[in-house]
Design a protein around this ligand. Structure first.
Ligand code: SF4
Length: 244
C-alpha cells in the first residue's frame, strides 16, 4: 500500500462489525473467503436479504475485531481472503483502517462488496492498493426510474457510472452483479444493462431467494425466475457483455 494514501485516509476509527462468517465458498468467485459484515446502507432495495443490517443494525451484536482476527488466525493457509460486505462498506470512513488491520497479518487478500455510491472512496482504496478484488452491485439499467425501483431510493447515477468506470479500468478482479426479480427485470432490462456494462469482465445475475427475509414484505415468498428462464437471462447477458 502507498504510504501517502494511507496517511490521508486512515485517520478514522475502525467501523463496527455486525457479522462474521468463517468460511464461504460463494462470496468470492474461485476463492475460499471469510466474510465480515458492516452495518448501514444508503439503499433500500425491496428484495434485500439483510434488512436488520440495513434498517436496525443497532439491535445487532457488535463483534470485536481482535476476536475476529484470532478466529481468522486459525484459517491461515486455508482461507484465501476476507470479503467485507454489508450493508454498504464504503459508508464507513474507517474502512481503509479495517482493511489495513486485516492485511497486517500478510495472510489474507481483501475484497469489498459495494453498491457503487462512493466512487471517491473506491478510487482511493484502489490507488492506495488496499484491495485485491471488488464486487459491485449494479441494481438496474442506468436510468433514474428503473434504478429508483430497484434501489428503493433516488440514486445519483453519475456516481454509479463513475464507480463502474473506475472498476473497469482498475486491473483488479472485478465482478458486476445484479439481483433479478420478475417485478423489476424483463428481458429488455437485461439487454439494456448488459449493453451499458459492455467491456466489463463479467455481469453475474443473482436470482431472488424467496425463502430469505426482505426489506419490502411484499417480496418475501414471491416467485423468482424459474431456473430455465434465469439461465437464459444469464446467457443473454454473457453474450452481450462479451460481444458475441
Ligand atoms: S441489497 Fe440493497 S439495501 Fe441491501 S445491503 Fe445491498 S445495496 Fe443495501
Amino acid at each position: 500500500m502507498e504510504k501517502e494514501s494511507n496517511s490521508k485516509i486512515e485517520s478514522a476509527a475502525l467501523p463496527k462489525i455486525k457479522g462474521f462468517i468463517e468460511t464461504s465458498f460463494v462470496d468470492w468467485r474461485g476463492k475460499i473467503a471469510s466474510v465480515i459484515f458492516l452495518p448501514n446502507c444508503n439503499f433500500r432495495c425491496p428484495y434485500c436479504h439483510n434488512p436488520d443490517m440495513v434498517l436496525c443494525p443497532e439491535t445487532m451484536e457488535t463483534l470485536e475485531i481482535s476476536d475476529i482476527m484470532n478466529r481468522l488466525d486459525r484459517f491461515k493457509g486455508w482461507v484465501d481472503g476476507v470479503c467485507i460486505t454489508g450493508g454498504e462498506p464504503t459508508l464507513h470512513t474507517g474502512l481503509p483502517a479495517l482493511i489495513r488491520y486485516i492485511k497486517q497479518s500478510g495472510a489474507f487478500l481483501v475484497k469489498i462488496d459495494t453498491n457503487g455510491t462512493n466512487p471517491d472512496m473506491l478510487g482511493r482504496l484502489i490507488s492506495g492498493k488496499f484491495l485485491d478484488a471488488v464486487s459491485m452491485d449494479v441494481k438496474a439499467p442506468l436510468d433514474d426510474i428503473r434504478y429508483y425501483k430497484a434501489a428503493g431510493v433516488n440514486v445519483d447515477l453519475e456516481k454509479i457510472k463513475k464507480s463502474i468506470d473506475i472498476l473497469k479500468n482498475s486491473g483488479l478482479d472485478v465482478e458486476f452483479r445484479t439481483t433479478v426479480h420478475p417485478r423489476l427485470f424483463r428481458e429488455k432490462d437485461i439487454i439494456d444493462l448488459a449493453e451499458q456494462l459492455s467491456g466489463a469482465s463479467r455481469l453475474k445475475l443473482q436470482n431472488f431467494n424467496r425463502h430469505a427475509p426482505t426489506i419490502d414484505d411484499s417480496y418475501q415468498g414471491s416467485e423468482p425466475f424459474n431456473e430455465e428462464e434465469f439461465a437464459r437471462l444469464q446467457a443473454l447477458a454473457d453474450r452481450i457483455i462479451h460481444g458475441k
